[in-house]
Design a protein around this ligand. Structure first.
Ligand code: SF4
Length: 345
């Protein structure tokens, strides 16, 4: 069974679980592929058979190094890209087949927050215009007064105030600009937000503030998130489950606590070994797994396991066959030849 097929099993199993408690997943990603033609017959397989589901009110962390395809997954789900293959269902509807009022409704229900808040905010627009534009587009007010009040309310929600409405993006710090981006996303009262590396461009001291804000908003409004990051430490406190991607595929997917306490895939183990531990005694004595080399080009991925060029445990079979994503413990999925279904490596 291929990695993709393993993903299909996830879908079936989770769909069953969803029916058992009468709840349909909000987002279902099925065998999603997004390839880019980069000329001269070369094809970049940015996302190559990814499947997962997200329950309502759940936060899924999507983690991996640059170029692993995590942002492309987010952008394809939200319809910034058309998929090369596979489907994305949002509340049971195929996102890429929506048109007219259904598409408008999807655009209101699903929003995106971008990595670089400065680049994603029009520098010539006042904050009130940036947030008001979203309200205008979806006709979400009855009067000018209500529109202004809503803008002020949104600024308060993200820790800014009404005086900030009449300023331009360049007058704010990076953290404040990200707060404006969050306010803009919240303006249309979405149910689902894809946060594409929302804290990667910020100072470490500011990162926790933005994660805390997003957690508060998630609890307050019952939001569902995909939280994309390149570092496992960034998603630890916000995610219910975490998926680790490498070269366009999911390598490991598990409940957050399970993944951090019992990582099974060698790649996840290496990523976690690089996360600093606050206790200096533990930090001094623990072993770091240093990966050799860089991530191979997605234009020319390795045969067999995508991780075989850097894996300290690689064996002959790793160069011959691609490992399937299989469930090694309840809700814990791993794509590695050396990890058996009982979880033993
Ligand atoms: Fe490493 Fe082989 Fe497992 Fe891939 S399948 S992660 S190369 S041990």
């Amino acid at each position: 069974m291929s990695n993709t097929a393993g993903g299909a099993v996830i879908e079936e199993r989770r769909a069953d679980a969803g029916q058992a408690n009468g709840e349909r997943p909000l987002v279902e990603v099925r065998d999603l592929k997004r390839y880019f033609d980069v000329g001269r017959g070369a094809v970049l397989k940015a996302v190559d058979g990814v499947s997962f589901q997200i329950r309502r009110g759940e936060v899924l962390g999507l983690v991996g190094e640059s170029g692993c395809g995590k942002s492309t997954v987010g952008r394809t789900i939200i319809r910034l890209y058309e998929p090369t293959g596979g489907t994305v269902l949002f509340d049971g509807q195929d996102v890429h087949k929506l048109s007219g009022p259904d598409l408008m409704r999807f655009r209101r229900r699903a929003q995106m927050i971008f990595q670089d808040p400065y680049a994603s905010l029009n520098p010539r627009m006042l904050v009130s215009e940036i947030i008001g534009e979203a309200l205008d587009l979806h006709g979400l007010y009855e009067s000018r007064k209500e529109r202004t009040e809503r803008i002020h309310e949104l600024l308060n929600l993200v820790g800014l105030n009404r005086e900030h409405a009449n300023r331009f993006p360049h007058e704010f710090s990076g953290g404040q600009r990200q707060r404006i981006g969050i306010a803009r996303a919240l303006a249309v009262k979405p149910e689902f937000i894809i946060a594409d590396e929302p804290i990667s461009a910020l100072d470490v001291s500011i990162q926790a503030q933005i994660v805390n804000l997003m957690t508060d908003l998630q609890e307050k409004f019952g939001l569902t998130y995909i939280f994309i990051a390149h570092d496992l430490s960034m998603v630890k406190h916000i995610s219910d489950r975490v998926a680790v991607m490498y070269l366009g595929k999911i390598m490991e997917l598990a409940e957050s606590d399970e993944l951090y306490q019992h990582p099974q895939h060698p790649y996840t183990q290496a990523l976690l070994s690089a996360v600093p531990i606050p206790d200096p005694r533990v930090e001094r004595t623990r072993e770091r797994i240093v990966l050799k080399g860089d991530v191979p080009s997605p234009l020319n991925p390795p045969q067999g396991c995508p991780f075989n060029t850097r894996c300290p445990l690689a064996e002959k079979i790793c160069f011959e066959a691609r490992p399937e994503l299989q469930e090694v413990a309840p809700g814990h999925w791993v794509a590695c030849h050396l990890v058996s279904p009982n979880g033993a490596a």
